[in-house]
Every structure is written in C-alpha cells, then in structure tokens.
Design a protein around this ligand. Structure first.
Ligand code: URP
Ligand code: ZN
Ligand code: ZN
Length: 574
C-alpha cells in the first residue's frame, strides 16, 4: 500500500495570486479587529492598515462584513457505503457545496469494508478523494475491532499517513465492546491520537427494533422510539467512564440529546478531557419530523442518534455550545436520496441513516446562534472552525486568520438573507432538512487557499484544487499536561499514580508496628486506620500476606527494596 502521490498545486495567474481584503471586521476565536489582510500564494502575508502591496492585486472591500476563518466541518461522510446504499454527495459535490456555504475544509471518515485492512481502506479513500476535493480535507479512520494488526496499522496511519484520530461505534453491526474500546482509547493515548465514539447502546437498540417491529410499528417514527435519548446518554456515560479509567481524551461525535449532553457535562466537570461535538441539524430541527404524514419527509430526517421529540433540545444544545460544555459543530453530512430512503418503507430500521448539512451549517448556526443574540462572532468562529483546527492539530494554520495561516477565509455579510431549499442548494441530494428556513448572514466571498471560490455569491469551486492535510499527533489542545492530562507513565484516572499508590500500600503492609494512614495523591479517599485493638481472632489482612520471617527481616532493616510491589516493579528503596 502506498500513499497516493502529492498533487502539484494548481498555480494561479499572478493577478489571481494576490488579494487584499480591506475594511472588514476580522474575527478570530479570541478577538475582533478592523484591519486589512493581504494574501499571496495561498497564505496570509500581511495584516494591518495602509499595507504596501504589489500593483495589480485584487481588492475586495469588506466594509460592514465579517472576515472569518473558513468553516471546518469535522464530520462528513462523502460517497459513504452504508446500510446498503452509497451517500450521494461525493468528494466533489460535497466539498463544492461546503465552499458554497463558507466551509473551506472538511474531515471525512475512512470506513474499512468487511475484511479490508485499515491501510487499504485509507488508500482507497485517498484515491477517491484526492482528485475530487475542491477544498482541503483530512481523514479520521474508523476502527471496528481490536488486535495487534489493528494496533500496528493505527501506528502506521499515524506515523506515515497523517492520521491522528480514530472513531469507534458503540452501535450498528460494527460496534465494539467495552474492553476493546478500553484498548483502543489506551492505544490512542499512548500514540497521541484522538479517540472518537459514536455513542449509542447498540444492544438495546437491537432489542427495541425487534419489539417495535413485532408490534407493527414500521414507519420512521419507530426510528426515534428504538433509540431514545437514555440509550444515547448511557453510551456517553460508558464511553466517558472508559476514557476516565484509561485517562485518555475522548471526542464524542454528534451529541444529540439533553441527557447525553448533560452526562458529558458531568464528566467535564470532573476534569476529564471529553470533547463534545453536536450537529447543525440538532440545533434547528426536532423529532416531530418523524411524525410527519409523508414518508419521505420523515425518512429524510432519519439519522443516528435521532432528532429528539423534546422541542427544547435545539435551544439546550445551543446554550451548551455557548457555555463551552460542547466545543464544536459538525454536519455529519451523509446524504441519501428519496429512492434510497425508500429501502426502509416497510421497516424503519432499513432507512439509510444520514442527513445533509455541509452546505448550510455555517448559515444555520449564524442564524440560531449569532443572529438570535446567544453567541458573538468570536464564539461562532470557535465552534465552526477554530476548535476543530485545535482538536485535530491544524491550528493556527487552519481555523485562524494570522500571518502565515492558510488563506481559507469567508467574508460574511450579516445584513443579507437567504432561504434554504433543496431546489437551490449545491448538494447532490434531493432533500434538505432545513427546507424553507430563512437565514440572516450570507457567505459573499469564500477564499480557499487564496483562490476566490465564491465571488459575490457566485460559486466557482475547482475540482481537485484541495489537498489532503496531514493531522499531526499530540494536539496540544488535547494533550495539554497542564490542562487535564498528566501523561507521566503510571498516572491513571483521577490523577492517582497507581504505582506510587501501590508502593505506599505495600509499605504499610511492611510496617511492623500498627499502621499508618497513607496520603493518597490527589485523592479524597480515606483509608480506615487499623490502629487500636483488634477483636480477638480477627486477622489483620494487611499483615496476612507476610511470613513472620519477612516481618522480622523488616524490623532489622532500615530500608527495604520493594522488588515486586503490586502495580509493577520498583527500583526504589523505602
Ligand atoms: O445517521 C448518521 N449519523 N449517519 C452517518 C453515520 C454515523 O453514524 O455517523
Ligand atoms: Zn455516527
Ligand atoms: Zn457520522
């Protein structure tokens, strides 16, 4: 298997090569400032006022508009073979539509086919995508089982092919068990990769589907009934627990319900490094769609986890995004046409799961978040672009407007409006879950690696213009020792150094006279002291593992080398 050859960049003519964006409000995730931006050869070269620039440079006047990092959609499934169908937006139409909406980078998922190696699956995706993508892209890789071969393949993908994230399913046929999730999370931690999960309890869903079908519930309403929000929250809780035991970071994809988001919040409050992504469809739609009279309408909204019947869910998730309980938004764009959704006409569990969103994500979030007054433009940039760049180690090359950053920029006109419709969108799919929604805020110009690909709202995307972007290991935003994780060997969950702790306990066992309550590092655990009279006939279990001769030996020595303490060998003397 070899990585596809790197493409030679398409060179722009010198007049297209240089661009000055003047008079705009430049927005990063931490500041807004009014300065001009000079772009040359695909990257930001100067920022300031009265810049000295070469003659012939194109000038765009951004007065009254926001100049923001292009969106990064961290979760798409283009031409994805799934549930007996292939999603209709391929890497060309998908990335073209992304650009139309102000997104300048996507991250898709490599899904290995049955029996296919991770490396072959990755190579196939590169082959499919490289010649088609209109904007830059990266790849996560889906892991569906655990063994030494997978472990080695993960290493190779990380060290030789620019992958730094792996997704595991807790539902569907390819779901992994808890022990294997533990092993993959642990391995990700050991190599500095980001583990991601689709969190739903697949076993419960299977039983619920059987029960509902037996009762004659076959329509799309059965989809949500089979996967209620507790089933999502349970899996989020389990995944967080596993990550906590391993002390690994964890990225939860598509958090769709109040219960799941609340569970995630509780874990974040404990200091675990859990990242929460929610979907644009969850911020604008709810589960009432599954009760629509028209099958195609309901089926068109089927995705997993599903939209929730509680109508307050979108506002709840938006509030969590504004409070940084959730960190980022994706589309999970996985589009199936009406004819494909029809596969589930007699049985909801056969409706291919997935909806659109790659084109409309930015507009819908602007409308629901910024236009509504809940979040400011800097937070908008954080949740649509910068946080994805930080989590997948692309920042500040992506997700930021700074000297040296890639010129992936959207010039956003907050005064204009547009109405979303499948009739006018640029996606291949024949349905749109945001149909009829009016959005304030329009991407008037979208600059992709220095090229103006949306020009006064006219889409001029170029097939094959994008590149595969390697995502380096150990993203500082995730693996930040000062923030959450202590990566020193031996440091485990709750900051307890297990080897150290075990050694201390061992030392107590060796105390010849009474015992001492150990101080547990970073722990509120209190150990009952065994000082004082022991009832007759009751053995001190702490002493019971030692022979008398060993105990005598202890009394004679001023220090003891602990050769084989529980939890590992030690070379230290006590
Ligand atoms: O229903 C969905 N979300 N389809 C895409 C596959 C996945 O689970 O992300
Ligand atoms: Zn999923
Ligand atoms: Zn997905």
């Amino acid at each position: 298997m070899s990585t596809p050859v790197k493409k030679v960049p398409i060179h722009l003519q010198s007049s297209q090569n240089r661009l000055l964006i003047k008079n705009g409000q430049v927005v990063n995730d931490d500041e807004i400032f009014e300065e001009d931006i000079y772009i040359e050869d695909g990257s930001v070269k100067q920022i300031g006022r009265n810049l000295i620039i070469p003659g012939g440079t194109r000038v765009i006047d951004a007065r009254g508009k926001y100049v923001m990092p292009g969106g990064i959609d961290p979760h798409t499934h283009f031409e994805f073979e799934f549930m007996g169908a292939t999603s209709v937006d391929d890497f060309y139409q998908g990335t073209k539509a992304a650009i139309a909406g102000g997104t300048t980078m996507i991250i898709d998922f490599v899904m290995p086919k049955n029996g296919e190696s991770l490396l072959d699956a990755y190579a196939n995706y590169r082959q499919k995508a490289d010649s088609k993508v209109c904007c830059d892209y990266a790849l996560h890789v889906i892991v569906t089982s655990w063994n030494n071969i997978i472990k080695e393949e993960m290493n190779t993908l990380c060290h030789q092919h620019g992958v730094n994230s792996f997704k595991m399913f807790m539902a569907y046929d390819m779901m992994m068990n808890d022990g294997d999730l533990y092993s993959v999370f642990e391995h990700c931690k050991n190599i500095g990769a980001v583990p991601m999960v689709h969190a739903e309890n697949g076993h419960i869903i299977k039983k619920n589907v059987e029960r509902l079908l037996n009762k004659g519930i076959t329509g799309p309403e059965g989809h949500e009934m089979s996967r209620p929000e507790e089933v999502e929250a349970e899996a989020v809780n389990r995944a967080c627990t596993i990550a906590q035991q391993v002390n690994s970071p964890l990225y939860i994809v598509h958090v769709m319900s109040k219960s799941a988001a609340t569970t995630l919040k509780q874990y974040r409050e404990k200091g675990t490094n859990i990242i929460g992504e929610t979907l644009v469809c969850a911020l604008a739609c709810d589960g009432s769609q599954y009760r629509h009279q028209c099958f195609w309408h309901s089926a068109g909204h089927v995705l997993s986890p599903p939209l929730r019947p509680d109508p307050n869910t979108p506002q709840f998730l938006l509030n969590f995004l504004s409070q940084d309980v959730l960190q980022l938004t994706a589309s999970d764009n996985c589009t199936f046409n009406k004819s494909q959704k029809e596969m589930g006409k007699e049985n909801f569990s056969k409706i291919p799961n997935g909806v659109n969103g790659v084109e409309d994500r930015m507009s819908v979030i602007w409308e629901k978040g910024v236009h509504s007054g809940l979040i400011d433009p800097t937070r908008f940039v954080a949740i649509t672009s910068s946080n994805a760049a930080k989590i997948f180690n692309l920042y500040p090359r992506k997700g930021c407007i700074a000297i040296g950053s890639d010129a992936d920029i959207v010039i956003w006109n907050p005064s204009k409006t547009r109405v979303i419709s499948a009739k006018t969108h640029h996606q291949a799919v024949d349905f749109n879950v945001f149909e009829g929604m009016e959005c304030h805020g329009v991407p008037e110009y979208v600059i992709v690696n220095g090229r103006v690909c949306v020009d006064e709202e006219q889409l001029r995307a170029v097939q094959g213009y994008g590149h595969f972007i390697e995502t380096p290991l150990y993203p500082p935003f995730i693996y930040n020792p000062e923030k959450v994780l202590d990566l020193k060997p031996g440091k485990e969950s709750n900051g307890v150094n297990e080897v150290e702790l075990a050694n201390k306990l061992h030392r107590i066992e060796m105390e010849p006279k009474g015992c001492v309550t150990p101080t547990l590092p970073n722990s509120a655990v209190s150990t009952p002291c065994c000082k004082g009279a022991r009832p007759e006939g009751q053995r001190n279990i702490q002493e019971s593992t030692f022979s008398v001769s060993e105990e005598l030996d202890v009394e004679r020595k001023s220090c003891i080398k602990v050769r084989n303490p529980p939890g590992g060998k030690s070379s230290g003397f006590w």
